[in-house]
Design a protein around this ligand. Structure first.
Ligand code: KG4
Ligand code: ZN
Length: 344
């Protein structure tokens, strides 16, 4: 049997990335060019700057991935890319690169949903078992997703307002910790105690999330401390916020496992890199001996193209195809990639 080679491109936010995957299993290369140092200067991702940096980096990232994998474009069987969701300008760069390569080398195109990529990143650790429950936590998403089979996604819980990563980044900003806030709060919280009282959130759907109230409560609390002339213990506030936010997530996971009785639980997305969240997930999942659980290692939690290659491999096998008229879709819905539905 001939080897099947997938080339994957990811550029939905501030990482320009390309990966090469052989036969759905062997990751031959995984190049990630992060723009984080540039955005740190601005205190967050500046979309216009991100698009320009993608334009500067994309060709080099793709050629490096091919070179490291020792693969020529002629050997590639399909090109998979993140079609959405994400920043429109950033997405455009990856999508155009993929389409150009597809056109020039006559290769099939396989559009992929960014979150499908985050979920399938777990396959680098263990094969997915269904029904599966995924917690997707990133800068743009907070979702509980149930999968009955490959590429059949049902969102059973979502955030009413801010995504968890966004809440981390905003709280870090008001605490003066800089960008990106997630890793900074994670680290600082280890030195603090959850002594500042913050509200518990209630949502109508017990599997939904809400973080904007919590973020506002932190801001109000800072105002109160200042008005009273007290000294803020930043580590304690970071820890209080983190405990409140992550216990909310832990409770939703507990509830969802109860309801859906999955055979496999996976964590996905940048916030899955959080050490306290990883601890809480382990504690919760260890209670279910019959359920497998995977928490991907750090390298495949945050944005990369290896995860897009994995999802793209399955989508390719399922017959998902894009064409040269498809553009990026910043609001792309995960459930529209359900392979059981018409457009897949
Ligand atoms: O998945 P990702 O790389 O990009 C998106 O698709 O959004 O996630 C980035 C988010 C940022 O909000 C960042 O602050 C957060 O993940 N993050 C963390 C940690 N590492 C990254 N949040 C909490 N704790 C961490 N250790
Ligand atoms: Zn992401």
């Amino acid at each position: 049997m001939n080897d099947e080679i997938i080339l994957a491109i990811e550029s939905s936010c501030d990482e320009t990335a390309c990966a090469i995957l052989k036969n759905g299993e062997e990751l031959l290369s995984n190049i990630v060019s992060s723009q984080i140092n540039v955005h740190t200067e601005f205190g967050g991702v500046v979309p216009e700057v991100a698009s320009r940096l993608h334009v500067e980096n994309i060709s080099y990232v793709i050629s490096s991935a091919l070179k490291e994998a020792n693969v020529r474009m002629e050997d590639v069987d399909a090109i998979t890319y993140t079609q959405g969701p994400g920043l429109i300008g950033s997405l455009h760069v990856g999508v155009l690169a993929a389409k150009t390569l597809g056109y020039v080398y006559h290769k099939p195109l396989v559009p992929v949903h960014h979150l499908a990529g985050h979920i399938y990143a777990n396959e680098y650790i263990a094969p997915l078992r269904f029904p599966l429950l995924a917690l997707v936590v990133s800068g743009g998403h907070t979702e509980l997703v149930v999968m009955e089979d490959d590429f059949r996604f049902e969102i059973v819980g979502t955030t009413h307002d801010d995504a968890i990563g966004e809440a981390y980044d905003k709280v870090a900003r008001v605490l003066g910790l800089g960008y990106p806030g997630g890793p900074k709060i994670d680290k600082l919280a280890k030195e603090g105690k959850p002594v500042y009282p913050l509200p518990k959130v209630h949502t109508e759907n017990p599997l939904d999330f809400s973080f904007s109230g919590l973020k506002s409560a932190v801001i109000q609390s800072l105002g109160r401390i200042e008005r009273k002339g007290e000294v803020l213990n930043t580590a304690d506030m970071a820890c209080s916020f983190q405990e409140a936010a992550l216990l909310e997530i832990r409770d939703r996971i507990r509830e969802a496992i109860e309801i859906y009785q999955p055979k496999h639980f996976v964590a996905a997305g940048g916030v899955a890199a959080n050490s306290r969240l990883r601890e809480l997930i382990r504690e919760e999942c260890e209670k279910h001996a019959e359920m497998t659980y995977t928490i991907p290692p750090m390298w495949c939690c945050t944005d990369n193209a290896a995860m897009i290659a994995k999802a793209g491999w399955h989508a390719y096998k399922l017959g998902v195809r894009g064409d040269l008229f498809d553009g990026p879709d910043p609001g792309l819905e995960l459930e529209s990639y359900d392979a059981g539905k018409e457009n897949a």
